[in-house]
Design a protein around this ligand. Sequence first.
Ligand SMILES: [Zn+2]
Length: 367
Amino acid sequence: MQTDRRRFLKDAARAAGLVFVGCSLADAVPRQRTRAARRTVVVKGRRITTVDVHAHCAVPAANDLLRRRPPAPTADQGSLLALEGQPLADRLAAMDAQGIDIAVLSINPNWYDADRDLAAKVISVQNEALAAFCAAHADRFAAFASVALQFPDLAAEQLALAMTKMGFRGAAIGGSVAGAELANPKFHPFWEKAEALGAVVFIHPQGTGSAPLADRLRGNGLLSNVIGNPLETTIALSHLIFEGTLDRFPGLKICAAHGGGYLPSYVSRSDHGCRTFPTQCTPGVPKLPPTEYVKRMYFDSLVFTPEGLRHLAAEVGADHIVIGTDYPYPWVDTPVDHVLATGALSDADREAILGGTARRLLGLKQA
Ligand SMILES: [Zn+2]
């Protein structure tokens, strides 16, 4: 099954003028540079500037500082855009074929175990590289800044610098930080700064979570990813709700990867927990039913089926969903058609999901 899918993706990629390569620059082979036609997306006669908020990249110099390889796809899973020396044409060809006008790049945190000096250097290198890259390609790329969230005060400073001096509109963070939940009060300085700056905080899971859970996710099927990633997002968002973090910082703009994991699919249960077992809950925390908080968050569209997208829109509002492709990981080939094919959505919903909401959130211009 997996082999068939890989073969399909390779054939599709070749047809689009792409060649799949391993994740490392050292593995890269000379590529074909034929560009497929850029797909333009039109809804009801109007050209839509589409925005993908979930697009990965890596900065090799930062990984060199950490003495590790970037968190990356394995061979056959697509080329990772590195910001130094990587052919940009391949990435643009993939975006063109998918109908993505603007990709909002982010870097999956792999520095949460670094000491303060090293973490500061890594973030500086990454954010400077991202800012320079996006400034040079502003018509096709934007980015979430990186922050050293294991040092919340430093992360707050980095976010402020990124937002006020470097042109970023937000930051990307993990679903937990070296074993600590995002709702831990030690992160309040970061959340406070993010709220004050109007930053969009993109939460992307890191999959493994706590050791006992990681143990249970071993075995065939890559459960650490297919279940572990959405589970980590579900846990992170639930703590932010139930620990009162979102009451303390009500202006936070949180955007969760992978459709918010499992939370939006079953969030009504969260409304009933404290009603059913009131002695297990702190009175007045959270202030509102949990279903109200998911309506304030944003979620990417990476839920695979029209029914999944319809349900997500029903739970969180179509105006709180944005495209997420997870590129270069080949989870989806047709992120735009996914939205267009969801019959339950109105044209206005589709415009919002395809780009309108992300452009407004991130202050991106219409093409
Ligand atoms: Zn991802």
